[in-house]
Design a protein around this ligand. Structure first.
Ligand SMILES: [Mg+2]
Length: 262
C-alpha cells in the first residue's frame, strides 16, 4: 500500500470538501495563506522610508537634488512590491534621486546604506507587528480550528525569516508541530520554494510521508514546490495569483477562502 493515490476531494452540498482524516499532516504557507502579512510589510516600508526622508536635511550629501516628498502607497507598488528587500530600497532611492552606497547585508540598521535601510525596514516590520498585531484570515482560522479538533499535525513552511514573530503576533504560535522558515532552511542548507525541500522537511518532522501530506499555498512558486514534492494534495488559495495559474502550477484544488474546506 502506498499513500492515498487520489486526493480525497469531492463535491458535497455544492461546495468542495477534503477528507482531512485521510492525511497525516497539513503544511501551510504563512504570508497570504494564514495571515494578511502584506499589510504589515506595507506599513513597515512606509514608516522606515518616511522617517528616512524626513531626516534628509538640506545640505546632507545624499539630499542634493533629491525628491524628499513623503513616501506613499503608489511608491510601494511602483518601486518596492514583490522585490527582494534591498532591491526595493535601491529602486525607491533611485527614483528619488538619492544616492547611497549599497553596503552589505550585515550592515547595522543605523547605517546610511541601501542594506542598512533594508535592515531598518525589517526592524520596523517587527515593531509594527508588536504594536498592531496581525489577525489571521478568519476562514483560515476556522480551518486551523477544525484541523486541531481532528488532531491532524500541522506545520508552517515560509520563506520569511519573520515567521515565528508573525505567528506569535497572530496568536497562532502553539498550533504547529514545526515551523520551517527562512532561518531554518538556511541553517539546514535547504533550497527555498519552488524547490520542495522545505515542505519535505516539515512533513518529515510531522512523521508524514509526502503522499500523505497536504500543502496549502497562495503563491505559484509554493504550489510548484508542492507539486514537485509529490504531496498527496496541493491546495491553492487564490489571493490574486488566479485559479488558472495555480492549477497550471500543480494545485489539485483552488479556493478563495479556506473556510470552504473547514
Ligand atoms: Mg504566501
Amino acid at each position: 500500500m502506498s499513500g492515498p493515490a487520489v486526493p480525497s476531494v469531492g463535491p458535497v452540498n455544492g461546495s468542495r470538501t477534503v477528507a482531512w482524516r485521510d492525511y497525516a499532516a497539513v503544511l501551510f504557507d504563512l504570508d497570504g495563506v494564514l495571515t494578511p502579512t502584506a499589510e504589515v510589510h506595507m506599513a513597515a516600508w512606509s514608516e522606515m522610508f518616511n522617517a528616512f526622508l524626513r531626516g534628509l536635511a538640506p545640505g546632507h550629501p545624499a539630499a542634493d537634488g533629491a525628491d524628499t516628498a513623503p513616501y506613499t502607497e503608489a511608491d510601494y507598488y511602483a518601486h518596492v512590491d514583490g522585490k527582494p528587500r534591498y532591491d526595493g530600497v535601491a529602486d525607491l532611492l533611485g527614483a528619488r534621486g538619492i544616492d547611497l552606497p549599497r553596503g552589505e547585508p550585515g550592515d547595522a540598521p543605523e547605517a546610511e546604506t541601501v542594506c542598512g535601510l533594508g535592515n531598518r525596514k525589517n526592524d520596523a516590520f517587527t515593531a509594527v507587528l508588536e504594536r498592531d498585531g496581525v489577525r489571521p484570515y478568519p476562514g483560515s482560522l476556522a480551518l486551523l480550528d477544525h484541523l486541531r479538533d481532528l488532531g491532524v499535525p500541522l506545520a508552517v513552511v515560509s520563506s520569511s525569516a519573520n515567521a515565528p514573530a508573525v505567528l506569535a503576533a497572530a496568536g497562532l504560535a502553539d498550533r504547529f508541530v514545526t515551523v520551517v522558515d527562512g532561518r531554518v532552511a538556511g541553517a539546514l542548507g535547504l533550497p527555498g520554494k519552488p524547490a520542495p525541500d522545505t515542505f519535505l522537511e516539515a512533513a518529515r518532522t510531522c512523521g508524514a510521508a509526502p503522499g500523505a501530506a497536504v500543502v496549502v499555498e497562495d503563491a505559484v512558486s509554493g504550489v510548484r514546490a508542492g507539486a514537485a514534492g509529490g504531496f498527496g494534495l496541493v491546495v491553492g488559495v487564490d489571493r490574486g495569483a488566479g485559479e488558472d495559474a495555480l492549477r497550471s502550477a500543480g494545485a489539485h484544488l483552488v479556493v478563495t477562502d479556506l473556510r470552504e474546506l473547514a
